[in-house]
Every structure is written in structure tokens, then in C-alpha cells.
Design a protein around this ligand. Structure first.
Ligand SMILES: Nc1c(C(=O)O)ncn1[C@@H]1O[C@H](COP(=O)(O)O)[C@@H](O)[C@H]1O
Length: 162
């Protein structure tokens, strides 16, 4: 059973969105990856969102750049949590993507993450946290991840000033 859908507006978003896939893979969460575009493949978008819950998905991570309508339109067509990742754009560095995703009208929420790879990784970590509610094994894995990250930071050394 697939728990999380990772969708993006174009395969050009993969460089960023692969960081979400990496996190889910590391936690052993079953996921699928698809290119779906609100603008270029609107019928596929509707079909994907309308069938997501019945297919067993628990959350959808959606990344898009520029006029990033994909996460919002998915959220409009499903009750599943939609986690939006603003992909950096060529001319406006992803600020356009961020604003397109975050400024949803009241009633149709999209949980919006940081621009770029940190946002993609954090969206996946958020999905893991959601799934860990009621899954003690996943909750333990999440704790272990945090502990390892903490140890990495504690071991960080800075250069001497000469
Ligand atoms: N923002 C959207 C949507 C959408 O929101 O439906 N579909 C594609 N795109 C974005 O267009 C950018 C350029 O796409 P191309 O590289 O294919 O020209 C990508 O970042 C994609 O997410």
C-alpha cells in the first residue's frame, strides 16, 4: 500500500523534489512519484486527486515552480493533507512559487514549506511525523533521526582564529 504521493509540475522539478523521495525512502515509507500539472494536464490532476484517498494515500507532497497552482488545485479536489513545496524558479528564484502556494483562500489549506530542497526534505519529514502518529516503529525512527542530527551538530568544530 502506498502511503504518500510525491507529485510535481514537471520533471525539471525532480532535482529539488528528489530530496522528499530520499527522506521517505530512508524512513521506509512507501511512496509514488508522478509528474502532474494543473496547467498542462488538468484532467490528470483531477483524476489523481479524486482517486488518491481511495488508493490509500495518506498525504500528497506537491512541488511546483513559478505560477505554482498544483498544490492548491490538488487541495481543492481532495481532503487529504497537501504539503506544498515551492520549487526555485528561473527569474524570481522561487519567491513566485512560494507566494502562489502559501496564499490559499480560507477553507482550502496547503501546508507550505521552504523554497527548494530544505522544503522538499521537510515536507517529507512532516509526512513521516503524521504517519508516526499511531505507528510506534516510525515514531522511534523519527526520534533516532533527530538524535543523529543532534550529535552531528554537537560534533561540529569551528576553525581557530590565527
Ligand atoms: N507550476 C507548474 C505547474 C502547475 O502548477 O500545475 N505545472 C508546471 N509548473 C511549473 O513550471 C515550471 C517549469 O516547467 P518546465 O521546466 O517543464 O518548463 C516547473 O517548475 C513546474 O513545476
Amino acid at each position: 500500500m502506498i502511503d504518500v504521493g510525491i507529485v510535481m509540475g514537471s520533471n525539471s522539478d525532480w532535482e529539488v523534489m528528489q530530496h522528499a523521495a530520499r527522506v521517505l525512502k530512508d524512513f521506509g515509507v512507501a511512496f509514488e512519484t508522478r509528474v502532474v500539472s494543473a496547467h498542462r494536464t488538468p484532467d490528470l490532476l483531477f483524476e489523481y486527486a479524486e482517486t488518491a484517498e481511495a488508493r490509500g494515500l495518506k498525504a500528497i507532497i506537491a512541488g511546483a515552480g513559478g505560477a505554482a497552482h498544483l498544490p492548491g488545485m490538488l487541495a481543492a479536489k481532495t481532503h487529504l493533507p497537501v504539503l506544498g513545496v515551492p520549487v526555485p524558479s528561473k527569474y524570481l528564484r522561487g519567491e513566485d512559487s512560494l507566494l502562489s502556494i502559501v496564499q490559499m483562500p480560507k477553507g482550502i489549506p496547503v501546508a507550505t514549506f521552504a523554497i527548494g530542497e530544505a522544503g522538499a526534505a521537510n515536507a517529507a519529514l512532516f509526512a513521516v511525523a503524521q504517519l508516526a502518529n499511531g505507528n510506534p516503529q516510525l515514531a522511534e525512527a523519527l526520534k533516532a533521526f533527530r538524535e543523529k542530527q543532534k550529535q552531528t551538530v554537537l560534533a561540529m568544530a569551528l576553525p581557530e582564529v590565527q
